[in-house]
Every structure is written in structure tokens, then in C-alpha cells.
Design a binder for this molecule. Structure first.
Ligand code: ATP
Ligand code: MG
Ligand code: MG
Ligand code: MG
Length: 562
């Protein structure tokens, strides 16, 4: 490739909305251009990087016998209605209608669609285990798209799904995927850490997020400096509760006269309604409900106080609603502002709730719920987030904090979707059982952005070699000097022949301009040819990362560069 032909329009002025290095640098260096909020065109340099990440992903997933497929982006509403997520997914789901008025969405994820596939075509234990993946655009109408490719509305995701006969099979599939993820992110040259993530009702080690460590990361990680405990904020919070479950569990029943809001509950229990992180537990006849309310706000401000979350997006099953004596309602965020408040009720904490109350409108969450009959608040406590220096919930060691970018997540779904969408198989005895599923995502664009976030300096990007758009740039100091030009093209040809991905800056520009562009774009190696050094039979080789310069013989350099 010749730089004179490269479509990488550099920018002098970076749009003010670009706040973090990766976003700024990829705009400045001509990797991408915005088309609308949270939507980007990937220009040739970005496309090369994305394809390299995708190749690494493909190689590692194929190595564990996961098979690539491609499902439609547009998904019919019916399958989402069947899973119960159509009504509760909320504004993040991009909905559309066809000319006949039928409802569809642009896939934010593909559990429903893949489970439908499995329902149709996987019938026997002989077909299991099965592991499938795709690399494709996802759509999420994020409340706050920002940081360029980090949180966009259309983004490339690798999503994989596994199907197994039983829990044992699922555990193996999960571990294979976990190991493949570790290899993928290592090969991408990233410093990352797998952390325990909250897996809703599933509990235990049901989910991990792969976090790339970076100050600009939106996620906070708590990790132990002594053992390998590491968790994201939500999970760390739950672990903290778990550790003090003895105290949290209600000792006696308290019957409240008339509580319609959490504030009522707090008032009744003489708990100050204050700016803090709170947890409220309700003892119902059906079990314990634990609600967490997070954020720097009055509890009163919280729009929604309800959930019984299997998953925060779950619709309350009719029989539960009936049992609870309510006429309707959803578990889940129901329009909740997730950055202000998270309300979680988690089986993994207590393993004993199965009651729910709620609605999808402010102020209605306790209506139709009879506090005496359906639940009794027994406990209100301040739950603070895990702090630096706290004892590790696993080994008692010291907790430290870091910021991270979630580049991937692995998740045990168990039979959640297979039951709803009838993905069953016949076992050895001819008995139908729901398949045990796992789902696994990697944000491809976010991984690229995370790599830049971790590898840059004041001059630009410093690509890890494995995902660099080109490995080497050859820069002749003066292209008008025929001898230099000729040698530059010869070096370029020789590197190419050796299988090294090389680009030649054949522009008639000042060396300073060429060096600046090369540093900004981030090629790992720069080869400079000048008249003086060539007269001495040498070429100059500079490593972008360390800045170290070596002189190599002009007629024997390939191995030195490789
Ligand atoms: P986040 O917590 O950042 O919103 P998520 O947990 O909602 O992400 P998943 O549903 O786990 O995301 O999707 C799998 C992967 O897809 C994520 O780990 C992340 O790398 C990527 N991803 C999710 N949302 C976005 C987005 N809006 N833009 C770019 N990548 C995304
Ligand atoms: Mg999200
Ligand atoms: Mg997440
Ligand atoms: Mg996630």
C-alpha cells in the first residue's frame, strides 16, 4: 500500500465531543467518521484492525469447535414476546414495523433467535454439545452513546451460544469459552482481567466480564491484592451482602400498616431517607425480597422500586403475580435510570425469594400489594460499595480498585431461554429435556478502542503488532531523490515478499509531516531511508513503542525487522 493512495483523512481539529484518547485519536488519524450519534463508518485503517481482531476471534473459537453462522439483524417481535422480553427490554431496543404493520426489532442480542434455531433443528442428545457464533452488527439505542466505538448505538459484536445436555456440559462449554476469551485478549496485546459479574438469579460463578484495565473505563473493579478475587461493582456489592448475610436476614417479622413507597417503608422503620446507597429487604410469605437502591439521590427520587429479578429484564410470571395478589406488573428496570438507581433482588444473595410486586409506572409499585399479606419489610440498611482497603470477601486480604472497559462477557443461561422457547432435546431414554445454554459476547469495536486506550502517547496510537493496520511504514526522507526513492521501493517490495504488512510513504512531503502522521496512525515499526545513511549502506529502524532506533544494513534488514 502507498500512503499517497491511503484513504485516511487526518483531522487537525478534533470534535469537542471526543473526550477520551481512543475516540480523539481514531478521529484525528482518519480511522473512522461519525454518521449519526453513536454510529460510525470504519475507514480502511480501522477496517484492517477490526478484521485482525475478528481473525483472532475466529481462530480461537474455531479451535474450540465453535461454528460460525450469520443470523438476520432484523428479528420478529414474536420470539421476543415468547421469551417475555419484548415488553420489558425498554428504550434500548430499536423497534420497527414492516409495511404490514408487523413488529420487529434490530437485534440488540440474539438469544431468542438462536434458541429458536435450536428449537427447530436440534432434537437429539446426539447433536449436543453445540457451539455457534456470529460476528455482526448489533443495535442498542443507548441512553448515552459516547466515547466513540466504546458505547455506540450500532456496533460489531461477536456473540456465541452453547447448547448442552446438562449442567456439567454447560460448565465445560463455559470454561472452554472463558479460556478462549483469555487467549483472544492476550493475542490482541491487551492487559485485562476477568472479573466476576452479577448473573442475576443464576448466582455463583454464573458470569464473568473481561475488563481491559484503563483509567477511562466506565466500569469499576474491586480486586484482591492477595488472592485472585476480582469483581465488578455490582457483584462486589452482592458479595459484600453475602458476606454479611447473617446480619441481613430478618430476625423477626414486622408488619407495616400502609407502605406504598420505599420512603414509607423507611419512615416506618425510622430509617433516615438520605443520600446514600441503600438496601431494603422485604420478608414476604413467599420469601425474601432484597432491593438495592444505588446512587447519590433521595430514595424518594427513585422512579421504580420493584423487581424480583431473575434478570433485570424479566417479566414477572403470571403465577407469581397471582400468588402475590397483584394484578400486573413487571420485574425490571421499567424506565429506571440505571445510572441513578439500580434495584436488584437477587436469588444469588439469599436463594429464597420468589415473590414479586411492581408496576411500570412511578408510584404504582406497591399498589395492589398488601403489605401484611404479601410482604413485610424487616430490614433497611445502608449498603456501601466495596472500598479500597476493605477485607476481601474470599480471603480477607486487602481490596484494591481499578477502572476497566468491559470488552467481553461470558454468561451461563441454564435453561432460561430453552424453556421459554421450547428448545428441548430427547435424551438417551427418549425423554424431552430443555437444553442448557450459555451466551458469550465480545465487542469488536470496543476491543479496538480499548487497545488504543491502553496504547497511546502524546503523538498518537501505538498498536500492538498483532492488530496493527500495517506492521511497518517505510519513509523515504526525500522522494525526489531518485536513488532514495528506488531503494525505498526496493525495501518495500522485500518486506512485502517476506510477508510483512508494509506501507510506503511515497508522498512529496517534509519528513516532519511524514513522521507525525506515522506516529499518529501508530505503525509499530518505522523504517527511514535518507541519502546520508544509505551512502553508509544503512537504514534506520525505529520502534514506535520504545522509541529505540537501530541502524541495519541496507542490504540485509528483513530479519532485523521481523
Ligand atoms: P455495558 O455494560 O458496557 O453496557 P453490556 O453488558 O450491556 O455492556 P453485553 O450485553 O454483555 O454488553 O454485550 C457483550 C459485549 O458487547 C460487551 O462486553 C461489550 O464489549 C460490547 N458492547 C455492549 N454494548 C456496546 C455498545 N453500546 N457499544 C459498543 N460495544 C458494546
Ligand atoms: Mg449495556
Ligand atoms: Mg455490562
Ligand atoms: Mg455485559
Amino acid at each position: 500500500m502507498l500512503v499517497s493512495k491511503l484513504y485516511a483523512p487526518t483531522l487537525r481539529e478534533v470534535p469537542a465531543e471526543a473526550e477520551i484518547p481512543s475516540h480523539k485519536l481514531m478521529l484525528r488519524a482518519g480511522y473512522m467518521r461519525k454518521s449519526a450519534t453513536g454510529m460510525y463508518s470504519y475507514l480502511p485503517l480501522a477496517q484492517r484492525v477490526l478484521q485482525k481482531i475478528e481473525t483472532i476471534i475466529r481462530e480461537e473459537l474455531n479451535a474450540i469447535d465453535s461454528q460460525e453462522i450469520l443470523m438476520p439483524i432484523v428479528q420478529p417481535a414474536e420470539i421476543w414476546q415468547q421469551s417475555g422480553r419484548w415488553d420489558v427490554y425498554g428504550a434500548e431496543m430499536w423497534r420497527l414495523k414492516d409495511r404490514h404493520g408487523h413488529d420487529y426489532c434490530l437485534g440488540p442480542t440474539h438469544e431468542e433467535m438462536i434458541t429458536t434455531l435450536a428449537h427447530m433443528d436440534v432434537n437429539s442428545y446426539r447433536q449436543l454439545p453445540l457451539s455457534l457464533y456470529q460476528i455482526q452488527d448489533k443495535f442498542r439505542d443507548e441512553r448515552r452513546p459516547r466515547f466513540g466505538l466504546m458505547r455506540s448505538r450500532e456496533f460489531i459484536m461477536k456473540d456465541a451460544y452453547t447448547f448442552d445436555k446438562d449442567e456439567e456440559g454447560l460448565n465445560k462449554s463455559y470454561q472452554d469459552m472463558y479460556d478462549a476469551y483469555s487467549k483472544i485478549f492476550t493475542r490482541c496485546g491487551l492487559t485485562f482481567r476477568p472479573v466476576e459479574a452479577d448473573s442475576g438469579a443464576i448466582g455463583g460463578s454464573g458470569s464473568h466480564e473481561f475488563m481491559v484495565l484503563a483509567d477511562s473505563g466506565e466500569a469499576e473493579i474491586s480486586y484482591c491484592t492477595q488472592c485472585d478475587y476480582a469483581a465488578d461493582t455490582e457483584k462486589a456489592e452482592l458479595n459484600l451482602i453475602e458476606a454479611s448475610a447473617e446480619e441481613v436476614l430478618p430476625k423477626e417479622k414486622v408488619v407495616t400498616p400502609d407502605c406504598k413507597t420505599i420512603a414509607d417503608v423507611c419512615a416506618y422503620l425510622k430509617s433516615p431517607v438520605e443520600k446514600s446507597v441503600k438496601a431494603v429487604a422485604y420478608q414476604s410469605e413467599k420469601g425474601l425480597i432484597l432491593c438495592f437502591v444505588r446512587g447519590d439521590h433521595e430514595v424518594n427520587d427513585i422512579k421504580v422500586i420493584n423487581t424480583c429479578g431473575v434478570n433485570q429484564l424479566e417479566m414477572a410470571p403470571a403465577e407469581l403475580l397471582e400468588a402475590a395478589g397483584t394484578t400486573g406488573g413487571y420485574m425490571g428496570p421499567c424506565g429506571i435510570d440505571p445510572e441513578k438507581a439500580i434495584v436488584v433482588c437477587d436469588q444469588s444473595v439469599m436463594k429464597m425469594h420468589n415473590f414479586c410486586c411492581g408496576a411500570n409506572e412511578e408510584g404504582y409499585h406497591f399498589i395492589n400489594v398488601n403489605p401484611g399479606r404479601d410482604f413485610t419489610p424487616t430490614f433497611v440498611a445502608d449498603i456501601r460499595l466495596m472500598q479500597e482497603g476493605d477485607p476481601c470477601p474470599r480471603c480477607g486480604g486487602k481490596i484494591a480498585k481499578a477502572r476497566g472497559i468491559e470488552v467481553g462477557q461470558v454468561f451461563k443461561l441454564f435453561t432460561k431461554y430453552s424453556e421459554k422457547l421450547n428448545a428441548t432435546y430427547l435424551d438417551e431414554n427418549g425423554k424431552a429435556n430443555p437444553m442448557f445454554m450459555g451466551c458469550y459476547g465480545i465487542g469488536v469495536g470496543r476491543t479496538m478502542a480499548a487497545a488504543v486506550e491502553q496504547n497511546n502517547d502524546k503523538d498518537g496510537i501505538i498498536w500492538p503488532v498483532e492488530i496493527a493496520p500495517y506492521h511497518v511504514i517505510v519513509v523515504p526522507i526525500n522522494i525526489k531523490d531518485e536513488a532514495v526513492k528506488e531503494k525505498a521501493f526496493a525495501v518495500y517490495a522485500e518486506l512485502k515478499k517476506a510477508g510483512i504488512e508494509v506501507i510506503l510513504d511515497d508522498r512529496d512531503e517534509r519528513p516532519g509531516v511524514k513522521f507525525k502522521d506515522a506516529d499518529l496512525i501508530g505503525y509499530p515499526v518505522r523504517v527511514v531511508l535518507g541519502k546520508k545513511t544509505l551512502d553508509n549502506g544503512q537504514i534506520e529502524v525505529k520502534a514506535r513503542k520504545t522509541g529505540s532506533i537501530r541502524m541495519l544494513p541496507a542490504d540485509d534488514f528483513v530479519d532485523g525487522i521481523r
